[in-house]
Design a protein around this ligand. Sequence first.
Ligand SMILES: *Cc1c(COP(=O)(O)O)cnc(C)c1O
Length: 388
Amino acid sequence: MLNKPRLLTPGPTPLPEQIRLAMAQDMIHHRKSAFKLVMAELQERLRLLFGTAQPVMPLACSGSGVMTAAVTNLFAPGEKVIVVDGGKFGERWIKISEGHGLQVVTVKVEWGNAVSVAEVEAALDAHPDARGLLIQNSETSTGALHPVHLLGGLTRARNMLLVVDGISSVGISPCPMDELDIDCLVTGSQKGLMLPPGLGLIALSERAWAKAETVPPACFYFNLLSERANCLKNQTLFTTPVSLIIGLNESMKMFMEAGLDTVYRKQWALTMFARTSVKEMGLELLAKDRFTWGLTSVMLPEGIDGSKLLEIAAERFGVYMAGGQDHLKGRAIRIGHMGWVDWADLAAGLHALAESFRACGGYIGSRDYLEKGLQAYHEALLTYDGSM
Ligand SMILES: *Cc1c(COP(=O)(O)O)cnc(C)c1O
């Protein structure tokens, strides 16, 4: 009773009451007209969210499932792809591609950094036979934001497909697919979209559809050509998680009522809040240069046990944050601020971070980290300019 539990992880994320209630309604059948009406409304909204004229298909799977669908539908075994690997999710593109029998060329990026356009261009030039470039927009394991908005021209010019994992960026920062010449964009329900886990979303460009038509089906379940045929009739290929679809429609209604620009403005301002506060505390940010708008990753000084810190934040403050992954386990903290998270939740999270850090023996530089952070937040709300 002392604290409300606050879920500040980079997925899953908290759920608005409006969406929870929408999902609580009794079942409707996925082949009947009531469901088709929901899908029709949802399609229109999803196309605005993705910034595309193409259908946006919901698949019953987690984010890794739609990543798998992208790889297996767009490339035939033996083909070559280039993967930008700047963290855990870059590695996932490699594993999925290798599992499908593709030749993988890796552009390795130090954890915390965004890839540079020059590095990508060099790899594309060195491998003109590659058929695609696979990348994260936001690399959730480090908080880096890769410059996908500058890559579409490079891949188009070389007749390669640009495949973007937008799982922690769609609905969080601008990623208009058609405008950026992205050929495949995927996301998942549990990050920016204010939904429980379990639904993946995927859209393909015209070029990508043409390529998919040449690739033999890899398995029965993830067949995007059949999914598209169903989607165009406001249907799904298999039994879909109906409640999640209804919840997604409600979520998209909230997005459209607020306006995408307002959502991105809020995300940008929260990011400025978190980064300013963390710097005021005297802690180091992992992603320094180009950073994502849905989470903030913090490096801990030597001698501070990150797992212990997370335990204290949960027990004493009711705040649930995420730790670092792989070699950053115990050494970094990731504060999620995507989806149904506002300034007050984030203030709670940052306070829990500072106090738990102190309880672990750390020294906090400034006591007015929240005040400075909130100043930055309000300033960012006013000065946000929509740039990527
Ligand atoms: C969360 C996440 C994934 C994995 O999604 P799952 O739903 O756990 O399969 C992949 N890529 C990025 C960038 C993510 O943030």
